[in-house]
Design a protein around this ligand. Structure first.
Ligand code: AFP
Length: 402
């Protein structure tokens, strides 16, 4: 396999990737043909084994691949991701003892988005890249900690499974890392797209037009995801995943070193009494958002419920609670951050896929987050997601304000 180094890619990518998104209107939604599931993306079939608590993730994936031959390469990829999650869980848990705390290089290590990187940001990105690389199932990956998508070179000496079809993985290796040293929950978010096997990027020389197009092909809307999920590093280590037919939650049993199914077919309650936003930004929010939350506070919203507030400031923790208890989590557009704060490709879209598969909704206020086609890897998107009826109230408020 030909290689593409990050150093080579960065300047070239800057040349062809569009400039950062302009202020609103900021969304380009997928045309109908893109939002329809591609032919390989029929909803997988599960049997009763996959609904039974106590089944390990390994067994679950084997059953899924057995019942859905088009997914037979996913177990190898999931084995890589889940192993990385176990390693990261251990790293985070022991970081106070091993000294993996604070900023990388004693401070001053800045990622492409201008954010200062924690030691754990860099290490967890590395763990994921290595774990995925050795599965032999990955063509390209994009990460919060990488400037642009990078090819995943295989060392010919590595022992790999047969290399027939490949995937593109997007991930945020350690979401919420700014809080990690205070023991606050953090998580890894991932999304898996199909990768065009014809699409190889050569090492050296300038990129051909076809290669540039290939690279741009990694910028896909959430409707093209074939799987997404997260690992939550908290009181337990959770692995929550969707393959496009429901949401399944596993808990790490440290005694046997396996993720075990504890939450089959998660369904988010239709309505709730919890909202989860950084309320310090409230005066800057769009009027429909502000007015809806005001009503929830006063108990005068559509449900008549008086809401309470729960906000960790760590998306994986906030979304996990929302999936289990119901509620509305979001980072809406505000005057300072017109496109919100969260990243579309590796935070917004994968989490929206999970939320929708659990029966909830996810919107940027004007439409489905899942249908937005990214123009660049680190594009941000406003997000409001969670219990169906409550999120619908926000969508209706935006619609009325047009
Ligand atoms: P960090 O990874 O830099 O800690 O950011 C976390 C995050 O991307 C997401 O997990 C949170 O929901 C959101 O930012 C919190 O943002 P505020 O600190 O502005 O509330």
């Amino acid at each position: 396999m030909r290689l593409l180094s990050l150093a080579l890619l960065a300047p070239l990518a800057q040349g062809f990737l569009p400039a950062p998104a302009a202020p609103r209107p900021f969304t380009q939604r997928a045309p109908l043909h893109m939002s329809a599931p591609p032919k390989t993306r029929k909803a997988p079939v599960f049997d009763e084994v996959c609904e039974t608590t106590g089944v390990t993730l390994t067994r679950f994936m084997i059953e899924v691949a057995f019942l859905n031959p088009e997914m037979q390469e996913l177990p190898a990829l999931f084995s890589g991701i889940s192993t990385a999650c176990k390693a990261i869980s251990d790293m985070v848990k022991r970081s106070q003892l091993t000294g993996l705390v604070g900023y990388a290089d004693g401070g001053g290590s800045i990622n492409v988005q201008g954010e200062e990187q924690k030691t754990l940001d860099i290490m967890t990105n590395d763990v994921l890249k290595r774990a995925l690389r050795f599965t032999g199932k990955l063509g390209v990956l994009a990460s919060e900690e990488e400037d642009t998508p990078v090819g995943v070179p295989l060392n010919p000496k590595d022992v790999v499974f047969d290399e027939t079809s490949k995937y593109t993985a997007v991930f945020d290796p350690l979401d919420g890392s700014s809080n990690v040293d205070a023991g606050i929950p953090t998580g890894t978010i991932f999304g898996i797209f199909e990768h065009d096997d014809e699409c190889e990027i050569a090492e050296g020389g300038s990129m051909t037009e076809d290669e540039l197009l290939c690279l741009q092909n990694t910028l896909k809307p959430g409707t093209d995801l074939i799987a997404s999920g997260y690992c939550l590093y908290s009181s337990s280590c959770f692995f929550v995943v969707t393959l496009g037919a429901g949401v399944y939650g596993f808990t790490l049993d440290e005694n046997i070193g396996e993720f075990v199914l504890t939450h089959p077919n998660i369904k988010v309650p239709e309505t709730s009494k919890i909202y989860s936003f950084n309320e310090a930004n409230m005066p800057q929010w769009d009027v429909p958002m502000r007015e809806t939350v005001e009503k929830w506070r006063l108990g005068t919203g559509a449900s008549g419920n008086s809401f309470t507030s729960r906000y960790i400031g760590s998306m994986v923790g906030d979304v996990h609670r929302t999936l289990l208890y119901g509620g509305v989590f979001g980072y809406p557009s505000d005057k300072k951050n017109v496109n919100g704060k969260l990243r579309l490709l590796y935070e917004g879209a994968p989490m929206s896929f999970l939320m929708e598969q659990a029966g909830g909704l996810s919107t940027d206020g004007r439409g489905r987050v899942m249908e937005i086609v990214p123009k660049e890897v680190h594009q941000r998107v406003p997000i409001i997601m969670g219990s169906k009826k409550d999120v619908q109230e926000v969508i209706d408020a935006y619609a009325k304000s047009k």
